[in-house]
Write a protein that binds this ligand. Structure first.
Ligand code: NDP
Ligand code: ZN
Length: 185
């Protein structure tokens, strides 16, 4: 099957991302395999959001490859085509910028990215809030978790209208912010 058009491309993206992230771990106490995260995004989009566009599901699987591995846009273009690559580029922060600037750029940039990229970004924020509620970075204070929720809410404000169902899932997670344990630190 040709890349970019269906199930074959989705599996190829999963395989490619697994290889690229193979030595990376998430920041939770168990140091989960990094690939769990891109797969979680694709799962949220397909099974909670009913998203069937293979380009969106491929981009979800590939969303952190340019930002967090040595993967280039040219490599993605060759293997997955221009559309998937454009979505991933819309989701990739410029790592040459200081972190606080990057975070503000995400807030500023969110309303202007493609509809497909908005869907993946919304799923990314859903998955990261779930991770912070269930398996947060081991060394994060409650204050830092709250700051992350607040920043994420500002980013998602710029995505609204793209998928009311997934936005409701996001809002349900934000409503659980009070579960973050104030007595930790
Ligand atoms: P980071 O960018 O350092 O970490 C969050 C990112 O890590 C996520 O967006 C996610 O990115 C990835 N990640 C990996 N594992 C997990 C996991 N288990 N749970 C959640 N995310 C995971 O965080 P921030 O810089 O955003 O820090 C949060 C807030 O805390 C900021 O808004 C800032 O104000 C404040 N802060 C506080 C500091 C302090 O020491 N008190 C220092 C720095 C910031 P991806 O999906 O791309 O993998
Ligand atoms: Zn991510």
């Amino acid at each position: 099957m040709k890349a970019g058009i269906g199930l074959g491309a989705i599996l190829k993206a999963a395989s490619f991302a697994a290889e690229k992230h193979r030595e990376q771990r998430r920041k939770d106490a168990e140091a989960s395999p990094y690939i769990n995260h891109p797969i979680a995004l694709a799962n949220v989009l397909a099974n909670e959001g009913g998203v069937t566009d293979p380009s969106v599901l491929c981009a979800a699987l590939l969303h952190d490859t340019i930002e967090d591995t040595e993967t280039t846009a040219e490599e993605l273009k060759r293997l997955f085509g221009d559309k998937v690559t454009a979505i991933v580029l819309d989701l990739s922060d410029d790592k040459s910028l200081p972190k606080e600037v990057r975070k503000e750029e995400q807030v500023r940039h969110a309303p202007h990215i493609s509809t497909e990229a908005k869907l993946v970004k919304l799923a990314d924020k859903i998955c990261n809030l779930r991770d912070i509620l269930a398996s947060p970075p081991a060394d994060w204070s409650t204050e830092r978790k709250r700051a992350y929720f607040e920043w994420t809410t500002r980013v998602v404000a710029g995505l609204r209208g793209v998928h009311p169902g997934l936005e409701a899932v996001f809002d349900g997670l934000v409503a659980r912010q009070s579960e973050l344990n104030c007595s930790e630190r």
